[in-house]
Design a protein around this ligand. Structure first.
Ligand SMILES: O=C(O)c1ccccc1NCC(=O)[C@H](O)[C@H](O)COP(=O)(O)O
Length: 214
């Protein structure tokens, strides 16, 4: 069984639909240096995440310009966890964790397993994603799930499988990679950062269907 994070939520109704569908975590994206229909300003991120009920992890997804800015942002938005994309050093991750006492998930590109290994002892979880050249996610592109599974088996950190997953593919991805969790943003969208509630519910349900495929 894989836990599920529904990411890139921009509206309260979509966040509630993800929670109602049984998502274990929800993600709101703020302060990224790339254009995305899923980005909201920090005040909206704080407002959306404040509505997340107990037992669901409220996650801020961000690419701030410095570790100091990451700490400032976390103090404003007050999520349960932060998912960082982009270039970071191990010391910066340690600093953000120590200053904020928040769980830090680090997104690493599926084509860079050495980076995942470098941060294995530093981050609280590693998001194996299909990132663009800046490290941003939400690309909607898949990667080799079997290879991600081999990498996950070598790591001690929980691995979150991300990148181009959909309700139709998630069960097969979970069977292939056996991740701790799966993560989706664009694959359950109608358009412009709005979620398809039916697709969200199917994604959560199908993430638990890998046993039937085994
Ligand atoms: O979604 C974005 O536009 C985005 C931009 C910059 C950094 C991260 C971003 N998204 C992160 C995610 O939503 C997911 O964690 C992950 O990348 C999966 O996205 P997708 O391939 O669209 O399912």
């Amino acid at each position: 069984m894989a836990r599920v994070k529904i990411c890139g939520l921009t509206r309260g109704a979509d966040l509630r639909a993800a929670v109602d569908a049984g998502a274990d975590a929800v993600g709101v994206i703020s302060e990224i240096p790339v254009d995305s229909p899923r980005e909201v300003d920090p005040a909206t991120a704080a407002e959306l995440l404040a509505d997340v009920p107990p037992f669901v992890t409220a996650t801020l997804v961000t690419m701030p310009e410095s570790a100091e800015r990451a700490v400032e942002l976390l103090r404003t938005v007050t999520p349960d966890a932060v998912q960082l994309h982009g270039e970071w050093t191990p010391d910066e991750i340690r600093y953000i964790r120590a200053e904020t006492e928040r769980k830090v998930l680090l997104a690493v590109d599926a084509d860079d397993p050495a980076r995942a290994e470098e941060f294995d002892a530093v981050a609280d979880a590693l998001v194996i994603d299909s990132t663009d050249e800046s490290g941003a996610g939400g690309t909607g592109e898949t990667h080799d799930w079997e290879r991600a599974g081999d990498l996950a088996a070598r790591l001690t950190s929980p691995v979150v499988l991300a990148g181009g997953l959909t309700a139709d593919t998630v069960a097969e991805a979970v069977r292939a990679a056996d991740p701790f969790a799966v993560d989706v943003a664009s694959g359950v969208e109608l358009s412009d950062g709005r979620k398809d509630h039916n697709a969200v519910a199917r994604f959560v349900a199908n993430a638990g269907r890998e046993m039937e495929l085994a």
